[in-house]
Design a protein around this ligand. Structure first.
Ligand code: PLP
Length: 369
């Protein structure tokens, strides 16, 4: 077994960085961010890609561009991370957590429909672990209730379903390039949109409203600084050039690990839907062992990093900073209590994956809860 790793990459990364460093300091920022945005727009076949300093800031700019603010309610899966929710709370909007279906990980649209009020403005699906819900169900729900769709596709670079790429279904798709995501630059993020007005708003928002959107004056509104620094844009550009390779590598890593684990009792591979072209962000297994969550925490201590065990990922509606809702999201809780989602990076070799598989097999076989 060998993994598909590119050889010329370190050189192209060093070349990109050298070029940018030779131009610094450059108060205007130089051309690196524009080049990255051009490459992103081409890679995703969209008219506008805007680079920002993080995935959180991509969501912040996107929500602002869609006019989300004080008093607005935004439907967001409880099966998400706080980084999804913090930007909408920062804009004065209220997150309304919706449940997910344990069998598919998709949004529970019956629950979402129950939670619609006259203040509901947007739905913010989160493609956690790169898995995508049904795009047709999402767009039908949004149009029935007149909601704008903003996607959190931070983990979903390279995923598509029914021929629709994650991050290109809604009005805006938001991505992170923090190390740990498939396309990385240390820190960073970007958003994609078809709409010029939303793109112009995001460009203004990330840089204290300059340049301002068409027809508006520069600095006529308060915004923030969420610009991506040129050296990080250079790293990101080198990685966007091998985006397909990075996704193929992740798929090969996940396939190898899941294949090695298949016969372990108490662990079942969570397969994507038939029409889903999954980026394989995290090898996913359902844990049917007693004390499943304690088992994932135990694996983390044994050197197998994973979402629930290493990061204590819990449904967002149970976090202390949000007021308790009438209906707890039980599906999301069930998913997070029972899913082993292994964290990978492109550095993980066959030897690393085999070590993870050996530890998981050994611990699952002897686990009594
Ligand atoms: C990483 C991540 C974010 C936040 O991205 P940052 O670049 O860390 O700000 C948001 N949502 C999800 C699902 C993520 O995985």
């Amino acid at each position: 077994m060998t993994l598909p790793v590119s050889r010329d990459y370190p050189q192209s990364l060093a070349d990109q960085l050298d070029r940018v460093l030779a131009q610094m300091p450059e108060p205007s920022g130089g051309p690196a961010v524009g080049q990255l945005e051009h490459a992103l727009a081409e890679a995703f076949h969209v008219p506008h890609a805007i680079a920002v300093s993080s995935g959180t800031e991509a969501l912040h700019a996107a929500l602002s561009a869609c006019g989300i603010g004080q008093g607005d309610e935004v439907l967001v899966p409880a099966l998400s991370v706080v980084m999804t929710v913090a930007p909408l709370a920062a804009l004065g909007a209220t997150p309304v957590f919706v449940d997910s279906e344990p069998a598919t990980l998709d949004i529970d649209y019956d629950d979402a429909a129950r939670k619609i009020t006259p203040r509901t403005r947007a739905i913010l699906p989160v493609h956690l672990w790169g898995r995508m819900g049904d795009p047709a169900a999402l767009t039908a729900f949004a149009s029935e209730h007149d909601l704008v769709i903003i996607e959190d596709a931070a983990q979903a670079v390279g995923s598509s379903r029914d021929e629709r790429a994650a991050g290109t279904i809604g009005a805006i798709g938001c991505f992170s390039m923090k190390d740990g995501k498939i396309v990385w630059s240390g820190e960073g993020g970007f958003l994609l949109t078809d709409r010029r007005d939303l793109a112009e708003h995001a460009v203004a928002f990330r840089s204290h409203w300059q340049p301002a959107p068409s027809g508006q004056a520069s600095l006529s509104r308060l915004a923030t600084n969420s610009r991506l620094a040129a050296p990080l844009a250079a790293i990101a550009l080198a990685n966007v050039h091998r985006l397909e390779e990075l996704v193929l590598l992740r798929r090969a890593q996940t396939r190898h690990l899941l294949h090695t684990l298949r016969p372990v009792p108490g662990l079942t591979v969570l397969a994507p839907a038939a029409d889903e072209h999954w980026n394989a962000f995290s090898p996913l297994l359902r844990v049917d062992l007693p004390g499943a969550r304690t088992f994932t925490e135990h694996l983390a201590k044994q050197g197998v990093p994973n979402s629930t065990g290493s990061f204590r990922l819990v449904p967002c509606d149970t976090r202390p900073m949000f007021p308790r809702q009438d209906r707890p999201c039980r599906g999301a809780a069930q998913i997070l209590d029972r899913t082993l989602a292994i964290l990978l990076t492109e550095r993980d070799t066959v030897a690393t994956l085999d070590r993870y598989a050996a530890v998981i097999t050994r611990e699952a076989t002897t686990w009594a809860g």
